[in-house]
Design a protein around this ligand. Structure first.
Ligand code: COA
Length: 390
């Protein structure tokens, strides 16, 4: 049975800060951010967006009535969830009016969460070919003002329907994966900001990629020539390139050129959004699909997923006939076009304006947020949400 990605949607908040402006404010050369890190714009989530609303907004326009009926499993990958007990999947299930006869859960392993969700979804579809699974990867990447990781923040979500006979890409069976207990990035339960050993995380990312790629080659006999493009988890757009470059010598100049050029296209959306943690790999995949108009049906795409802590996986897919007809290019263009730039001062104010954690109630004004689904407040420790389309 062919199982894979049937639809793929995306959402990012309506505000961003220009990395050149951030560089000036932080007294670093703008080229460090735009070339060294490889980021142009960083999405800024207003107080009315959290991981639940980002995910629900990403899924809202890709689901038709049949999908809503057939989805019987919602798997939400996130590392910026809102509750230690109740899953973010249950909130999204309600906000999108999905069939009550569904399972809804949250999975976590840093930026690997959405990949874990996809692999679980594959297993579920293999046992239940008629069903569909809604996989969500949503996060707010938050390191703190004036920190080493600040230039690699961002916010956004990717939503995918996984099904049999998918319209966009089938996922091939073979994948290679690896777990090692390391402390390169983590967020203790008492902290709203991540801790990171930046240089170590870069090294581990590359080492995980090399190891799973080596195992993949040994187990399948395939080589770089077999791939039209390889998409990477992108905490910032230079990261995947560093990993890709370590294996390019294995192949011919033509293939090197193809993979490098397609890598560039696969980073364009991430360059103007920033890090969305577990959705980042899929945002990169979306960038390749939507922006490389001559990408052929039948192409094999490699995907490298990495979640600090750490778990890595290399897996692959084959683009389906007329896959382009099933993308949401126009909607995503519009989303980007309608975004509004904020100054560094405004970004800092938004960053500091967080929801109360002392048990007090709050009612939020959602009229300034163009998103259909927003956080509207907190009542008696319960987050309140609104779907304006209802
Ligand atoms: N023009 C062009 N490039 C410049 C530059 C300039 N004026 N100034 C610096 N750079 C380059 C550096 O040479 C470096 O490139 P390289 O990595 O290819 O050598 C890059 O910009 C970053 O500079 P660096 O001094 O290493 O940055 P940093 O100490 O501020 O840390 C991170 C960068 C990514 C480690 C940090 O942002 C971080 O910790 N991020 C969060 C963790 C993360 O994303 N990890 C990834 C794996 S999950």
């Amino acid at each position: 049975m062919n199982i894979g990605i049937d639809k793929i949607g995306f959402y990012t908040p309506h505000l961003y800060v220009d990395m050149n402006q951030l560089a000036v404010a932080r007294n670093v050369e703008p080229e460090k951010f735009t070339i060294g890190i490889g980021q142009e714009k960083m999405a800024i989530p207003p107080i009315t967006q959290d991981s639940v609303t980002l995910a629900a907004n990403a899924a809202l326009d890709i689901l038709d009535d049949r999908d809503k009926e057939q989805i019987d499993f919602v798997i939400f990958g996130t590392e910026s969830g809102i509750d230690h007990s109740k899953s973010a999947g249950v909130y999204v299930h309600e906000l999108l009016d999905l069939n009550p006869n569904a399972r809804s859960i949250e999975v976590k392993q840093a930026c690997y969460g959405a990949t874990a969700a996809i692999q679980m979804a594959k297993g579920h579809i293999a046992l239940n070919p008629e069903s569909k699974v809604l996989v969500l990867g949503a996060d707010i990447a938050r390191y703190g003002l004036n920190t080493g990781g600040e230039s690699t923040q961002g916010a956004g979500a990717v939503a995918m329907i996984i099904s049999a006979d998918p319209k966009v890409m089938i996922l091939e069976e073979k994948s290679t994966y690896l777990t090692k207990d390391i402390m390169d990035f983590w967020r203790p339960v008492y902290s709203d900001r991540a801790f990171v050993d930046g240089k170590f995380s870069n090294e581990q990312y590359i080492s995980f990629f090399q190891e799973v790629w080596k195992q993949y080659k040994e187990q399948t006999g395939r080589n770089l020539e077999d791939f039209e493009a390889i998409c990477f988890h992108l905490p910032y757009t230079k990261m995947g390139l560093k990993a890709l470059r370590t294996v390019l010598a294995e192949t011919t100049e033509d293939v090197q050129e193809r993979l490098t050029s397609n890598y560039k296209i696969s980073t364009k959306y991430n360059r103007i959004v920033g890090n969305i943690y577990t959705g980042s790999l899929y945002l990169s995949f979306l960038s390749l699909l939507e922006l490389k108009e001559d990408l052929q049906d039948g192409s094999r795409i490699g995907l490298f997923s990495y979640g600090s802590g750490a778990v890595g996986e290399f897996f692959t897919g084959i683009l389906q006939n007329n896959y382009r007809d099933h993308l949401y290019v126009q909607q995503h263009n519009q989303l980007f076009e309608e975004r509004k730039e904020v100054s560094v001062d405004e970004y800092e104010a938004i960053f500091g304006n967080t929801l109360p954690t002392d048990g007090s109630n709050i009612e939020l004004d959602v009229t300034n947020d163009p998103a259909a689904i927003c956080v509207s407040g907190i009542t008696e420790h319960m987050r309140q949400y609104v779907n304006k389309r209802r």
